[in-house]
Design a protein around this ligand. Sequence first.
Ligand SMILES: C[S@@+](CC[C@H](N)C(=O)[O-])C[C@H]1O[C@@H](n2cnc3c(N)ncnc32)[C@H](O)[C@@H]1O
Length: 430
Amino acid sequence: MKTYNVITIFPEMIDAVFKQGVVSKALEKGIISINPVNLRDYAEGRHLVTDDYQYGGGAGLVMKPEPICEAVAALREKSNTFVVLLDPRGVKFNQKTAEKFATDYDNITFICGRYEGVDERVRQLVVDMELSLGDFILTGGEFAAITVIDSIARLVPGVLGDETSADDESFTTGMLEYPHYTRPVEYKGLKVPDVLTQGNHAEILKWRRDKALEITRRNRPDLLDISLQDIESRKKICAEQKRGLSKKLKLNVALMHYPMRDKQGDIVATAVTNLDLHDISRSCRTYSVEKYYVVTPIKAQREIASRVIKHWMNGFGSTYNPNRMEAFAHTELKESFSESLLDIEKRHKQRPLIVATTAKANKATITARQLGVQAEQQPVLLIFGTGWGFADEVLETADYIVEPIEGVGEFNHLSVRSAVAILLDRITEI
Ligand SMILES: C[S@@+](CC[C@H](N)C(=O)[O-])C[C@H]1O[C@@H](n2cnc3c(N)ncnc32)[C@H](O)[C@@H]1O
């Protein structure tokens, strides 16, 4: 059971408010307990004084420290409690704090100020957190405590009838909520938007999202800034993790030009292209691939490719664009697939896992993410085909076939360099 204590000089106020509504039912069921603590029970003297004039002069009374501290001590004797002072000087209350309170604490004590507020030493001695409802002044902390308890209580499992109804509201989604309508369909000339009465759920979802965004932009653009800040911090965390990953990955890529199928299904050697040389080298460097092998048995093709690479590594290109030199630093030409395998085995003293790529979903045996995890444990050679796809003999040597990249329409013919880039991004996704 969750317990909310409220230290106040007006305990009846708290009782009265929670006699009605959803929270009263949760109290009856024993899911939560709200416990008003009469501050006067801890006051001394004939008049049970809880406030006094302030030092230094100035209008208004201040709540004395002794009764409040003793009330807290008495509660803490019974159970561990998180003590919150309601005060305009506190941090601003919001839905995130409500969620944290509802999940992280079983027992919370709220101290309600009155007059000019509480003696400063209360904060120093017993308060864990100071909380404000917003930039305005109330006559007493009870109004704030009631509001805060109400918003926490409804998040405690079992308090709301339908457990999901707290999921979709303003602030929970990072935006204000969309407009709601009920019957009648037309009232004083104002009609319920057609989209809501036509039963197309995808359209309704879209309308609600658009409206939520429109209202948030208009009334609370600051909320959108907060979501952007979240994106910023997520980006930072991902960047750090990705940098860590770059040191662990044992991933290698081979672009196969033989044995490939042509349009008729015959086995052929395809031509090396300048675009694939450049772009795949750059993608591989970007994703910390150990080596990019360009595999062709045709000597003349390897010679042309070698001239291109040399131009950027040692020739004029190396001074004209040193980035390219860096991109090509891990690109190698190989006569056969087994030559690239051997090269990896020599470096790692271990045979790499051979993973083929295909456009056919039904052949896939590993997801991109799983492959990323594997490539942290052992060397991997990820092979890409050209022409009309691999000859069967290549697929048969593969330990796994990675899931294909799906577009959004019927047309699905990515260039191999696009497929390499997309797959590398998915494999290294954090
Ligand atoms: C009249 S107010 C005191 C205001 C105080 N002198 C000041 O200017 O910050 C009396 C009590 O109401 C409560 N209160 C007033 N405004 C509040 C707010 N925005 N959020 C939380 N509690 C508030 C606090 O418990 C406060 O001690």
